[in-house]
Design a protein around this ligand. Structure first.
Ligand code: ARG
Length: 270
């Protein structure tokens, strides 16, 4: 099973000081030290699974920078830089693009709003691309042109599940000994997109709204093991029934900003 290479950003400056999704309440307390501890455990789990972790330096004043999935989309050594919808996160884009450039990736600037692997998920030979809240539909054509893979547009309809990676998880990638498969919450998608997902993934693991409400679908699969929030009990059971191992991690503090394990993880594909 191929090991994965992930980019992560320590939540040293994690905070909830603005509200750009329904999970964020800037008046509620948060605990940065606990966020760091939970994140450190997530990193340890990946290392134990045999994956390689790279780290980008966190920047003061960018409290959401921990969500590395939003830093870019990286496939075949090529990176599409991000362009955030919200001004609060705008400065994260160049920071990730610089890191990727210095690390040897071929970085292309984005013309339209796209929030990286938050909405753009490689699933075998195709790229699943969310739109409706953050990533613009226009960016899907840029993604297809750059990576030369078919892009499947998926329409998100529930503001709680504002990024594709909060509504759908790629479990196996096709290069890891299992057929490409996903888990998702049907209600998070428009009727047409639900039909597309049924056609593409007849064997998908269907999540419940309770699973999705603890960001259970914000999960990282490597074909063998799925790392997901420990609170997503029913989803973990369904994944095990479908033949995956599961590791539950508690990143409840990061959920206060609307993020989970996958949000903290940008896959670097050379
Ligand atoms: N507070 C961040 C935002 O709303 C959370 C990002 C979560 N990342 C993700 N890949 N879903 O942009």
């Amino acid at each position: 099973m191929p090991k994965r290479r992930y980019l992560m950003c320590r939540p040293t400056h994690f905070a909830v000081t603005y509200r750009i999704n329904p999970w964020m309440d800037p008046t509620a307390p948060y605990d940065t030290a606990l966020a760091v501890a939970q994140w450190t455990e997530l990193k340890r789990v990946y290392a134990e699974l045999g994956h390689t972790i790279e780290e980008i330096d966190p920047i003061p004043g960018l409290p959401d920078m921990v969500f590395a999935a939003n830093g870019a989309t990286v496939i075949d050594g090529k990176a599409l830089a991000v362009q955030f919808r919200d001004a609060e996160r705008a400065d994260e884009g160049p920071a990730y693009a610089d890191w990727l450039r210095h690390t040897g990736f071929d970085v292309t600037e984005a013309k339209a709003v796209n929030e990286g692997e938050g909405d753009i998920l490689l699933a075998g030979d195709v790229i699943l691309a969310g739109t409706g809240f953050r990533t613009s539909h226009a960016s899907h054509a840029e993604v297809q042109e750059l990576f030369g893979r078919p892009v499947i547009t998926l329409q998100l309809v529930d503001p709680r599940f504002y990024h594709l990676d909060t509504a759908l998880a790629v479990l196996a990638h096709g290069d890891d000994g299992k057929p490409v498969n996903v888990a998702y919450l049907p209600e998070a998608f428009s009727p047409g997109s639900q039909a597309v997902l049924r056609r593409l993934f007849p064997d998908a693991v269907i999540a419940t709204v309770e699973d999705a409400e603890v960001l259970g679908l914000n999960a990282v699969g490597d074909g063998e093991t799925v790392v997901l929030p420990v609170q997503a009990v029913a989803l973990a059971e369904a994944l095990r029934e479908a033949g995956y191992k599961t590791v539950g991690v508690d990143v409840s503090e990061l959920r206060l900003a609307g993020g989970g394990p996958k949000c903290c993880t940008l896959e670097l594909r050379s």
